[in-house]
Design a protein around this ligand. Structure first.
Ligand SMILES: [Mg+2]
Length: 248
């Protein structure tokens, strides 16, 4: 066994089956102590909603946190986003212009204030409207000279973020910082905003058994031996995948 970089989404990936989570936590804690494995959570949640989940589910303290779909990285339990990462996201981003453009689309329902972040503007958008609206919105944002991207997830969540920002690129940043090669990196997810995790490099990927259709569709269209589709749900699927790849 060697150390590895363990990166996981939270909702419906790490969290969702309490018994399996407790078994997985024991194994992760052990490999972190014995080998120096790093544990990273990569979630769409903001700091407030992350803290709620962490307390409710008694999550292990991570070595780094990727919050707000990759727009914020927190290292070693500090409460301040990593400034090097924030700096990378600043060019081509103007929050006020994004907000102004989105007011032309009444179908976009703003998410609560806690989810509106310096590098993320978030809405609820029904699936039926999404296919019609998203290409139009993307075009308008491009025309205003912004370098942004739209991440639509779980059939409801729309996040507008700087183009350089997603969970996958945040993981690349941490890999370089901590010097983990792709083969020593494993990422786990269940939904559309996790595609970026799986799309980067040749990292090992675990798709949990309860994955959403948009992720399964992407997986089918972009098959890769380095990606494992688990049978078990949530943390049970992660345990299954970690064993498959020989990390545990
Ligand atoms: Mg999820």
């Amino acid at each position: 066994m060697a150390k590895f970089l363990f990166v996981t989404d939270l909702d419906n990936t790490l969290v969702g089956d309490d018994n399996a989570l407790s078994r997985l936590n024991d194994r992760l804690q052990q490999t972190r102590q014995e080998h120096g494995t790093k544990i990273v959570y990569a979630t769409g949640r903001s700091p407030i909603l992350y803290q709620e989940l962490k307390n409710a589910k008694n999550l292990l303290e991570p070595d780094a946190l990727i919050l707000s779909v990759g727009t914020e990285i927190y290292l070693d339990g500090t409460g301040t986003p990593d400034s090097e990462w924030s700096e990378k996201l600043s060019s081509g981003w103007n929050r006020d212009v994004v907000v102004a453009k989105t007011t032309h689309f009444p179908e976009l329902v703003p998410q609560p204030d806690s989810e509106q972040r310096p590098f993320k503007v978030s809405f609820l958008l029904q699936q039926e409207a999404a296919e019609r609206i998203l290409p139009q919105l993307e075009l308008e944002l491009q025309e205003s000279g912004l370098d942004v991207k739209l991440i639509y997830s779980s059939g409801i969540d729309l996040d507008i973020v700087p183009r350089r920002s997603d969970k996958g690129q945040a993981v690349q940043f941490l890999r370089q910082k901590w010097k983990f090669v792709a083969e020593q990196t494993v990422v786990c997810g269940d939904s559309g905003n996790d595609i970026a995790l799986f799309a980067v490099g040749v990292a090992r990927g675990i798709i949990v058994g309860n994955a959403r259709p948009e992720l399964l569709q992407w997986h089918n269209e972009h098959p890769a031996d380095s990606r494992y589709l688990a049978t078990n749900f949530c943390a049970g699927g992660i345990l299954e995948g970690l064993k498959h790849f020989g990390f545990l």
